[in-house]
Design a binder for this molecule. Structure first.
Ligand SMILES: [Zn+2]
Length: 225
C-alpha cells in the first residue's frame, strides 16, 4: 500500500516526499516510513498546534524535542499556530516557540501551519531567525512580507487565492504539496502534487518540466537533501 503510493510518485517524477507528523503518535510512523523508503521519503517531526489538548502536553513536548535532537529530521513540522479552531493560544505559543528555538539551535528548517494566524506565525519565524516554509499558504495579502524571507508551499486546491499567490511569487521561493490525505475530492496522495506543477506552468506560461526542475531546486536548497 505505502509502496504503491511511492511507486506512483516515481512514475510521475515526484522524487522527494516530505512525510510530516500531524500528531504526537504520527512522529513514530513518519520515522518508520522514512527509513523504509530512504532517499525518497524524508521525515518531518514535530508537535502540531492541534496537539495542545493532550493531557500530558509538557511530557509529550519534551519527548518530541528529544526525538528531533536524536533523529535530526529534514525539517521540524508541522508546527505553528491555528486560530481557526478553539485551541488554547497560550499553550500553542509555548509549543511553537520551544520548537522554533530548537530549529534555530540545530539549524533545521520548519514547516509551519498557520491557519488564521499567518501574521503571528510570520512574526515568530522572524524573531527566531529560522529557515521556514508556510505550508498550505493561501493569503495573497501577506505575500510581499513573506517573499524573500520564507518559502510558500502551494496546495492542491483550486482557488483564486492560490492563483494570485502564483502571480505574485513566480517560481522563486515556491514549493508544492498535497497535504495528503486532505485537499482533494476523495483521498489525496503525494503523486497528485503534479496538479500544482501544472497550475504553476499554465499560470506562468512555462512548461511543466521547467516548473518541476525549479521547484526541485528550491526543495533541495531549503531542506538540504
Ligand atoms: Zn497543516
Amino acid at each position: 500500500m505505502l509502496g504503491d503510493i511511492v511507486e506512483r510518485c516515481r512514475e510521475r517524477n515526484v522524487l522527494k516526499i516530505f512525510n510530516t507528523a500531524g500528531s504526537f503518535e504520527e512522529n513514530f510512523k513518519v520515522l518508520k516510513t522514512a527509513s523504509a523508503f530512504n532517499g525518497i521519503v524524508y521525515p518531518v517531526l514535530g508537535l502540531s498546534p492541534h496537539s495542545v489538548d493532550l493531557a500530558d502536553l509538557d511530557l509529550k513536548l519534551e519527548e518530541v524535542l528529544k526525538l528531533i535532537d536524536k533523529e535530526r529530521p529534514a525539517a521540524i513540522g508541522e508546527i505553528g499556530l491555528d486560530f481557526h479552531f478553539d485551541y488554547d493560544k497560550e499553550a500553542q505559543l509555548k509549543v511553537f516557540e520551544s520548537q522554533l528555538q530548537l530549529a534555530q539551535t540545530l539549524d533545521i528548517p520548519v514547516v509551519v501551519h498557520s491557519r488564521d494566524a499567518e501574521r503571528e506565525c510570520l512574526q515568530k519565524m522572524v524573531d527566531f531567525k529560522v529557515r521556514g516554509v508556510f505550508h498550505f499558504f493561501l493569503v495573497p495579502d501577506l505575500v510581499d512580507e513573506v517573499k524573500g524571507k520564507f518559502l510558500i508551499s502551494l496546495p492542491t486546491i483550486k482557488s483564486k487565492r492560490r492563483e494570485k499567490i502564483i502571480k505574485k511569487m513566480g517560481l522563486e521561493g515556491v514549493v508544492c504539496e498535497t497535504d495528503s490525505p486532505f485537499a482533494w475530492s476523495g483521498v489525496n496522495e503525494p503523486c497528485n502534487v503534479v496538479e500544482v506543477y501544472d497550475k504553476l506552468a499554465s499560470t506562468l506560461h512555462l512548461s511543466s518540466e521547467v516548473v518541476q526542475e525549479k521547484v526541485m531546486a528550491n526543495v533541495k536548497s531549503f531542506f538540504r537533501v
